[in-house]
Design a protein around this ligand. Structure first.
Ligand code: RUG
Length: 831
């Protein structure tokens, strides 16, 4: 036990004694209820406050140490933080989960029921936002000073329900019952300006300067959530900005009788933090999105300058104090905003300001999909951020001079690298701005980074190869194993001790136990019990009975054509046709579990959901199938649902078209929990395969170079359809209206798209996928072999801890170090 661990465990045992007292006090004094009247929601809130109280000492101690030591601080700017519920995670990180479960049980309550009461803060779309949450956990666990900066959306990602098999969206009112985890800090409110125009003036030193006269001002009010590391005293801060009107009420308008107009400004201002944008949406109507981005980025940079001032650090040293990471291009406007703050408000000369800016920012790219690379039309940009457009023009002029010197006469390259896209109404290219203004640029898996260098950011790579590096994603084992999978946690800890929770590489120690039949049996039982739990949950929720001994074949992630949930659907139909052709066929029973949201405006993705549910409607009730196949679409995939699903999966579907998925992180959560992967050579799948060995991974499909070559040679999906009997029968069955009550038109857009375009090469990969799935089914029949492979998958997942990723960012990009925190005593605080 280290000194820190010992301090923490001493503290925890102190905490235990008064846990029950505080819980009951909070029920009384915070919730205003006594046990007879209280319901589970009251008990949840009382428990949340009890736990928050226990975070406070660590939070204050951390803030105090950071203030006095002025250590380098990581500022992670992200439009999304998909945190998941806080209570369970905080109990784990505090080390009081079991005690708390016991304490509430003594009061006749079930901790699981209380945890279930928490409204998950769904402030993210998927992988990108969840990555930010894992990073924040790892930074705290590694005791690195860090602030997460984002938006406190009033409505998070929509709540998905299914109506007649179609996705329906409902507003996510996660704040409806209050949020016990946050503390508003109105004293650190900042002003954010929008619109208007600029003018030049001459300052006292006779220098020409620019002044921005905005059309309106909005307030950004910070709401702070403590982020406790695992078994350490460090509690960092997630600071989310809420938009408020500078004046909530216009008495002028009110007195003139315009009662609605009197509150318009308030409504318009508060809209800024109203709702999270679902990704994969069309460009139109996105002005609010640019405003949101600027809102939180400006607020965050102003906040950093405030901290600098408190610490007495000169503004010229901004980059020494802060490492600011851009999570995708969403916060890239920060480059222009920091320049504005330094040049216009702190009166630094341009070159100094630019040097500080470039040394401060790092940029992480998360996508190769051209449509996801953000750009803003000039008229829109000019309207919202007139001063920033001038600054971007100036950055661009100086940047292009540099490119011209290096690549003399290469006009096409200049046009490609310009921060302004000259096509159509002309656009600001946010990825180019992020690259120009950052000292480090990274992709999120080996393949992704290589493809950035060869393709999407090739010109930037040729100009500044030294700026580029790879940082393969990772996920936090605290949430994704310890919290989500207590059975597996107990087995691993009993076998290896608890060191693996902070040093996931230690899971390699499990390899020594693979040949131990008793260990394998215990491993298999953990999985079987987890599957039984999920099966019971599905039956309760959806009324579908499933066989826990079938293969749990799972694909949970955003619904998108490139992720190819419809390829899995084609496979289900192929199996169904085999049963129909040969009712007594000896088929390994399978339960196909899908989950994921489609962007509300993405028609094809919604049709893919409908196809899956329609297949389920037929297959699940056809007596000929005899329960050998079940198809389940679990509505509203979320962090909470993920925690139930990953531990119960046998097979992890990672079947994107090679070269399309930047990394993936669900693939890692499955692997840690002992699922085997069926996957293409895409994103981090490649590294997973390298770690586990080809013999423990089901690989299929075209490689990225093969996909490129096939595309270039004129891909004709119809030829694959004509060539493969199985494929033809599957497609024909969908086209016939068999899954749509005879309505042949329903899935026609999907079928036609596959037959005549197939931009994601499903038909080219179909035969290989089905053959690989046959291999899966045959290996599964050898239960011992499967368990061996599953253990090896977990044992070799150490690389995919976000702790490893964060250490690499700290060493290679941020120059940040750990700062262990001494807990302040009552006397310290009062002195
Ligand atoms: O699609 C990517 C995933 O491959 C990746 O694992 C994740 C985290 O790096 O980010 C996802 N992503 C990319 N989410 N949004 C974007 C584009 O803005």
């Amino acid at each position: 036990m280290t000194n820190t661990d010992r301090r923490v465990s001493e503290r925890a045992s102190l905490d235990k004694r008064d846990l029950r007292r505080s819980f009951l006090d909070n029920l009384l004094y915070v919730q205003g209820k006594f046990p007879k009247l209280a319901n589970n929601a009251d008990y949840y809130l009382a428990l949340a406050h009890t736990v928050r109280d226990r975070l406070m000492q660590r939070w204050i101690s951390t803030a105090s140490a950071y203030t006095s030591q002025a250590s380098r601080t990581v500022c992670y700017l992200s439009a999304e933080f998909l945190m998941g519920p806080h209570l369970g995670n905080n109990l784990i990180n505090l080390g009081i989960y079991d005690e708390t479960a016991k304490m509430v049980a003594e009061l006749g309550l079930d901790l699981e029921d209380l945890l279930y009461q928490e409204e998950e803060p769904g402030l993210g779309n998927g992988g990108l936002g969840r990555l930010a949450a894992c990073f924040i956990d790892s930074l705290a666990t590694l005791e690195v000073p860090a602030l997460g900066y984002g938006i406190r959306y009033e409505y998070g990602i929509f709540h998905q329900t299914l109506v007649d098999g179609w996705q329906a969206e409902k507003t996510d009112k996660w704040l409806r019952y209050g949020n016990p985890w946050e503390i508003a800090r109105p004293e650190w409110t900042v002003e954010i300006r929008f619109g208007g125009h600029t003018e030049q003036y001459v300052d006292e030193q006779q220098r020409l300067r620019v002044r921005w006269l905005p059309a309106r001002v909005v307030l950004g009010v910070p709401h702070d959530t403590p982020i406790l590391g695992y078994h350490v005293n460090t509690a960092n801060t997630l600071r989310l900005w809420k938009a408020e009107a500078a004046e909530s009420f216009d008495f002028g308008q009110f007195n003139r009788g315009d009662y609605a107009g009197a509150v318009t400004q308030k409504i318009v201002s508060e809209n800024l933090s109203k709702v999270l944008y679902p990704n994969d949406e069309q460009e139109a109507g996105k002005e609010l999105r640019l405003q949101q981005q600027y809102f939180f980025v400006s607020a965050s940079l102003q906040d950093m300058l405030r901290i600098l001032k408190i610490q007495g650090v000169p503004v010229e040293n901004f980059h020494e104090k802060f490492a600011v990471q851009l999570n995708d291009t969403h916060p890239a406007i920060g480059v222009a905003e920091l320049m504005r703050l330094l040049v216009d408000e702190h009166l630094l000369v341009w070159d100094t300001a630019w040097d500080i800016t470039c040394k401060s920012f790092g940029y992480t790219n998360h996508t190769l999909m051209p449509e996801a690379l953000e750009r803003w039309s000039l008229p829109l940009f000019q309207r919202v951020l007139p001063r920033h457009l001038e600054i971007i023009y100036e950055i661009n002029a100086r940047f292009l001079d540099q490119v011209r010197l290096r690549f003399f006469g290469d006009e096409q390259r200049l046009a490609r690298m310009s921060l302004i896209d000259e096509h159509g109404p002309r656009y600001v290219r946010m990825a180019n701005l992020a690259c120009a203004g950052s000292h480090a640029i990274n992709g999120v898996a080996d393949l992704h980074t290589e493809l950035l260098k060869q393709d999407v950011l090739k010109d930037f790579y040729e100009l500044w190869p030294e700026k580029f590096s790879n940082k393969t994603n990772g996920v936090t084992p605290r949430r994704w194993i310890v919290l989500a999978n207590p059975r597996l946690t107990a087995l691993i800890s009993e076998t290896l001790g608890e060191g693996w929770i902070k040093d996931l590489g230690q899971l390699r120690g499990l390899e020594r136990h693979v040949e131990n039949a008793d260990f394998r049996a215990r491993w298999a039982k953990v999985k079987r019990d987890n599957k039984a739990d999920l099966a019971a949950h599905i039956t309760r929720r959806l009324g579908i009975s499933i066989n826990p001994d079938s293969i749990f074949d799972v694909q949970v992630k955003r619904i998108h054509e490139y992720k190819r949930q419809h390829l899995a659907a084609l496979h289900i139909i192929a199996l169904y046709l085999r049963i129909k052709a040969n009712p007594n066929i000896d088929l390994t029973p399978r339960t196909f579990i899908f989950g994921g949201k489609a962007a509300p405006g993405y028609f094809m993705a919604k049709l893919m959901i409908k196809l899956i549910t329609a297949i389920g409607d037929v297959v699940n009730v056809d007596p000929a199938v005899r329960d050998r196949l079940k198809v389940v679409f679990m509505p509203n995939f979320s962090v909470t649902n993920g925690q139930r699903i990953y531990p119960a999966a046998d097979l992890s579907e990672q079947i994107s078209t090679a070269g399309k998925e930047a990394s993936g992180t669900g693939n890692m959560k499955f692997q840690m929990n002992g699922a085997l992967t069926i996957g293409t050579m895409d994103g981090a799948n490649i590294e997973i395969q390298q770690e586990v060995g080809a013999e423990n991974f089901f690989q299929f499909g075209l490689s990225t170079p093969e996909v490129y070559a096939l595309g270039a040679s004129g891909y004709r999906p119809m030829e694959y359809y004509q060539r493969s009997d199985a494929l033809r029968e599957v497609i024909d069955l969908i086209a016939s209206g068999f899954f749509s009550r005879g309505d042949a038109s329903l899935f026609k857009p999907l079928v036609d798209n596959l037959l005549y375009h197939d931009p994601y090469f499903l038909l080219a990969d179909f035969d290989s996928y089905v053959a690989c799935q046959d291999e899966v089914a045959s290996v599964y029949r050898d239960a011992d072999r499967w368990t061996r492979m599953a253990i090896l998958n977990s044992a070799r997942s150490g690389k995919f801890s976000s702790d490893r990723t964060i250490l690499q960012y700290c060493d290679e990009i941020w120059g940040a170090k750990s700062v262990p925190i001494r807990l302040l005593t009552q006397e310290d605080v009062e002195s």
